[in-house]
Design a protein around this ligand. Sequence first.
Ligand code: TYD
Length: 228
Amino acid sequence: MSIRGPLVVLEGGEGVGKTTQWERLREWLRASGQTVLALREPGGTPPGDTIRTLLLDPVGALAPETEALLFAASRAELLTRAVRPALAQGTLVLLDRYLLSTYVYQGVARGLNTDALRAINQFATGGLVPDLTLLLSLPLDEAQRRTKARGAPDRLEQEPDGFHARVAAGFSEALTAEWQQTHSECGPIVLVDASGTREEVTARCIDILASRWPEHFARPAGITSQTA
Ligand code: TYD
């Protein structure tokens, strides 16, 4: 672990239960004595929340380039105001989405040029690389069933099935060694099977954190491991 606090990111397509796991992990980390700052992209700052409204407005229309720049602008604000100061104090930052989402949604699914996305995000992030990304994965039909059951889709959720299939394919590709070598700005990305109960999925995430940082993430009583 670096001198700064660890930066842990949760990623995944719509309907995989990512935000539920982000909340559960935040609570587990706090219960295990970690100082945690849990933030969501896009948003997390007053300007970022305004940008979030623009990005997710179901009746809004945005050019793909505008969309990519707005995600990057929200990210720049979040990093400057919240993430970097917290990391500098040794706080663990748990982010619900980061740069990988941009490569997958704006790159693979929208078809924007990877080098352009890399350049605007290098500018936005100053090259802040996550220590670990947990990529939650579910079969696409199961994830879509869960998303539809939530109702009131936002602008990205209401994209056609083909868009979400490209998102799923983009996330799968990000798990390959070759992709991770050519996108080192995303840091290491590890698959988490998001099927089963929320407790089972949390335990899988904790197992990964605990095996990566055993000195920092000893399992507290009451949390059972998948592998123990
Ligand atoms: P949100 O309501 O936070 O959804 P979720 O719970 O799925 O994270 O909406 C965020 C949406 O923005 C989601 O559809 C993914 C998308 N997104 C991008 O397209 N690019 C990005 O860089 C980020 C961070 C998110």
